[in-house]
Design a protein around this ligand. Structure first.
Ligand code: G
Ligand code: MN
Length: 386
């Protein structure tokens, strides 16, 4: 199997069953086993051997062929009949063609002629035990692979049920001035309770390599809801970087493309984006369809401000982490003021996410955030349902 098996190995240790009706021979073979570091049990006939095999885990059987009652080949036949594939080393002083053929057909590992060299017996036992260990290793590996596959099937069923009960929640985005609803962010939800929330659903889909169909389904559901929403209302739709690999996103006939002029695609800098040279034509294609773009979660990821330069988004969403407690934090105030200034110059609209208190709202308005989103105004809920 492995390249290791071709290297010279030290005698493997193991547990051997020694079967012979002659006490002197048993004693002499037992010494051979002891010297090679094996533990062993002895049986003086096939019935006793068969019983021991049912009670203890052996790695090999060393058995005489000619014994009163059931002979060594008979024992081998019994053991194979019970589904046990343990390697046998059979020994005989009176070889018969029929016996040798039977032994081989029953999968005996070695067939030795007595009297044999001590080394020949030792080498045969070493090989038999090594086969058992190798067999066990492979079986363990197969069992692991099967368990992994079963886990995968379970996860696929879970994912199927989560995707089929998915629904879009909508959270209003309001104007700083007047507080009127300007747009809605669509957020993925599922009725399947086993999955444990939207983030867990995305992780599960990622593990099962189903992010593309998940995103596709979500966009179709959002498009359905938009068909029922007031004309002219704007929707923010989250994209995963995987969605950028889906031709459906760029397909003018896709459900969401029909509403492109009212859709802002949120690209998060959290997920790893493709490199700029790959991203630029994608962005151009999406804009050609009529979509606008938002950088999502700005201030939360690793990519930092580069995504502003690469995407030149129409909207910039400031991460809740930048917003939380801004009314009491001069550093956050200066950062948000700076980003809001930048957006004004670029002609982009700043949206502060995760606004939870009236104090945060006032601090954000004072720093020039045009639009606001957060529990202070509304939680994500089922709007525009059929
Ligand atoms: O990464 P993105 O901005 O798309 O994440 C939006 C998530 O933030 C949603 O799961 C939504 O439920 C949650 N959310 C929306 N408003 C608030 C808020 O005011 N406070 C907190 N803690 N979470 C919010
Ligand atoms: Mn978002």
């Amino acid at each position: 199997m492995s390249h290791l098996s071709s290297l010279p190995l030290a005698a493997p240790r193991g547990h051997v069953l020694l079967v012979d009706d002659d006490p002197a021979i048993r004693a002499s073979y037992a010494r051979v086993l002891e010297r090679r570091g094996y533990s062993y049990r002895v049986a003086e006939n096939a019935v006793a051997a068969y019983e021991l095999l049912g009670r203890e885990p052996f790695d090999a059987v060393v058995s005489d062929v000619m014994m009163p009652g059931i002979d060594g080949v008979g024992l081998l036949r019994l053991v194979r009949g019970s589904g046990n594939q343990i390697p046998f080393v059979l020994m005989t002083g009176a070889p018969q063609t029929k016996t040798a053929i039977d032994a081989l057909e029953l999968g005996a590992a070695h067939f030795l002629l007595k009297p044999m060299e001590v080394d020949a017996l030792g080498a045969a036992v070493d090989d038999a035990v090594r086969r058992t260990h190798e067999d066990r290793r492979v079986r363990g590996w197969i069992a692991e692979a099967e368990a992994e596959e079963a886990r995968g099937h379970r996860e696929d069923r879970l994912l199927d049920s989560a995707i089929s009960t998915m629904w879009p929640a909508f959270q209003p985005i309001v104007a700083s001035e007047g507080g009127g609803t300007q747009a809605y962010e669509a957020l993925m939800r599922t009725r399947s309770e086993e999955v444990g929330g939207p983030l867990a659903l995305i992780e599960l889909a990622e593990r099962r390599q189903q992010l593309v169909p998940l995103g596709r389904r979500m966009r179709a559901l959002i498009a359905e809801a938009m068909g029922r929403a007031p004309a002219g209302s704007i929707f923010f739709v989250n994209l995963h970087s995987k969605d950028l690999e889906d031709p459906d996103l760029f397909d003018p006939a896709a459900p969401l493309s029909r509403f492109a002029s009212r859709v802002v695609l949120e690209i998060t800098e959290r997920a790893s984006l493709p490199d700029d040279r790959t991203l630029q034509p994608m962005v151009a294609a999406l804009r050609a369809l009529g979509f606008r773009l938002a950088v999502d979660d700005l201030g939360a990821g690793y990519a930092g401000l580069t995504s502003l330069a690469v995407l030149q988004p129409e909207f910039v969403k400031l991460d809740a982490g930048l917003i939380r407690g801004i009314d009491r934090d001069p550093v956050r105030q200066r950062l948000v003021a700076m980003l809001a200034d930048y957006c004004r110059v670029q002609g982009a609209t700043v949206i502060a996410e995760g606004v939870e208190s009236a104090e945060e709202r006032e601090a954000l308005i004072a720093r020039g955030c045009a639009w606001l989103q957060g529990y202070l105004f509304a939680r994500p809920t089922a709007l525009f349902a059929a």
